[in-house]
Every structure is written in structure tokens, then in C-alpha cells.
Ligand binder design. Structure first.
Ligand SMILES: [Zn+2]
Length: 278
């Protein structure tokens, strides 16, 4: 695994432009006209770059990890992280419409934990897949209490991929309906993880909800994902919630090694991130 650090400068900030000059003097090369540069943490120039970032108070905690095929091939579980999302139909900002799809009686009004899906999801139109086969339907909700709005998140997959790989693995699914009608959206199904498993959360930063006390762990952005405990199903979701800042989290979605081997043959557009071993 290599972890890549990304330095991002604010284009109109004199201080950042001064930092850029100092970084370039230290041998860090920006492409012509660029305001971002990526460095491997193993690169000998990174420690110096990090000191300059601290000195100039740059926001420099943008990073991601790159894994080898061997690391992916030896992980028991891998997180799948859709690269495509859709939030239509937008009227889901309206809580009354949410009740058409979710039982909200036990839902926390602040963080939205506890919403239970009771009816098919609605889509405005069939997804345009491009090179993708997986997408998240995300419904954002306005709330003045939040810096970022709470949201609910559902995982959907291209129907042919479902039929070819996920159905034989016993992953349950249900259809989606076009908004405003009872017509099934062609070519897509919502998938349901068949197991909820706990994650090794020791040491992970967390935020409790001020209303219900429910815990949201900080979304891990780099490195191996935390280990999954006691998982046996091909498609597993974390029992815990993960999120960013005060935003409502979501359950991490993970595939077994056997399922990963089939899915990676179909398409490499989705990102598979290996989970740590226990
Ligand atoms: Zn809550």
C-alpha cells in the first residue's frame, strides 16, 4: 500500500502562492499552472513538504491509498465504494415523501438513524451507467442544524451484473419504481446486504448524535479499512455508522474475496478497498 498526499492551494491566496514558491524551491514540482501536487508519503521530499504545509497553514490532509493486486487478493473482505451517485428525485427533501418509502417512527429527527425502508425506492429516470455498474441513491434532507445535510443512502446495481454474479451468490434485491408511477425502472435493482457485521472500531474517532446518542465513526479515507468481525456472507454491511463531520453516516458495504474475484472481472471502474485482517 502506498499513501498519496495531495497538496491543494487556494488560487487567490497570496500566502498559498508564497507557499507554492517555497515548495518549488524545496524541489516539489507543480505542473505548469497547476495548484495541486501529489506526493507519495514514501517520497523523500514529503517530510519537507509537510513542514512547509504546516508553516503556511495549508489544508493538506487530502490523501488516498493505492493498493497492490496482491493486497486485494489476500483480503478476506473489501469495501466497495460506488463512483456514481444519483439523488433524483429531488423532492426527497420533503419528509412527507420519505414516509412513502420509509417507516420513520423510530427515526432520530436529527441524524436520521432508525429509518426503515418499507417500500421500493423511487427514481426519476433509469441510470446512465457509462462504465459503472454500481451506484448510490442518496437522498439529502435540508436541516439548518447541520453543516452538511443528513442523508439516506441506498445501494443499487446494474441488473445484468446482479443476475450474473450477485443473484447466484444469494444477495437479495428489490426493484425500483419510476417516480410518480408503478413502472419498474429497467436495468437496475436495489441490493440488500445479507449480513450486518461489526467492525473493529477501537481507536476510530467518533461523534455521538446530540439527540439520540447514536455513534457515527469518522469515515476512513485512506489506508486499509477496519477489520470486519465474524462476517461470512458474500455481501456484508457494517453494523456501525460511518460518516463525515456531523453528516449522517452510512453503513460500509463489503464484499467477500470470492465475490470480489467475480466482480473485478466485470469492470474495474469501481474501487475495491481491502479491509485489514483481525
Ligand atoms: Zn440521532
Amino acid at each position: 500500500m502506498r499513501t498519496i498526499r495531495r497538496i491543494v492551494l487556494r488560487i487567490n491566496s497570496p500566502s498559498d502562492m508564497q507557499a507554492k514558491a517555497v515548495l518549488e524551491e524545496a524541489g516539489i514540482k507543480f505542473k505548469r499552472g497547476d495548484i495541486t501536487v501529489e506526493l507519495d508519503e514514501q517520497d523523500p521530499t514529503w517530510p519537507r513538504a509537510e513542514r512547509i504545509c504546516l508553516e503556511f497553514d495549508l489544508i493538506h490532509d487530502h490523501r488516498y491509498s493505492v493498493f497492490t493486486d496482491d493486497e486485494r487478493a489476500s483480503a478476506q473482505y473489501l469495501e466497495i465504494s460506488p463512483r456514481m451517485s444519483d439523488e433524483n428525485p429531488r423532492p426527497w427533501r420533503n419528509l412527507e415523501r420519505l414516509k412513502e418509502v420509509c417507516d420513520t417512527r423510530e427515526m432520530c429527527p436529527t441524524c436520521f438513524k432508525g429509518a426503515r425502508q418499507i417500500a421500493p425506492l423511487r427514481l426519476k429516470k433509469a441510470p446512465r451507467w457509462g462504465e459503472h455498474w454500481l451506484f448510490n441513491l442518496i437522498w439529502y434532507f435540508d436541516s439548518p442544524r447541520w453543516e452538511m445535510p443528513p442523508h439516506l443512502n441506498f445501494t443499487c446495481v446494474r441488473e445484468d451484473v446482479y443476475m450474473q454474479v450477485l443473484e447466484p451468490a444469494g444477495v437479495p434485491c428489490q426493484p425500483l419504481l419510476l417516480d410518480g408511477s408503478e413502472t419498474v425502472v429497467p436495468g437496475v435493482v436495489q441490493i440488500q446486504p445479507s449480513q450486518s457485521a461489526q467492525i473493529a472500531t477501537a481507536g476510530l474517532p467518533l461523534t455521538p448524535c446530540e439527540s439520540c446518542g447514536g455513534i457515527t465513526y469518522n469515515q476512513p479515507w485512506y489506508g486499509f479499512r477496519p477489520a470486519v468481525l465474524g462476517a461470512t456472507a458474500p455481501l456484508v454491511e457494517s453494523a456501525e455508522w460511518f460518516g463525515v463531520h456531523k453528516r449522517l453516516g452510512e453503513h460500509l458495504l463489503m464484499v467477500s474475496q470470492a465475490l470480489y474475484r467475480q466482480l473485478r472481472e466485470l469492470d474495474k471502474a469501481e474501487l475495491f478497498i481491502p479491509c485489514a485482517e483481525i
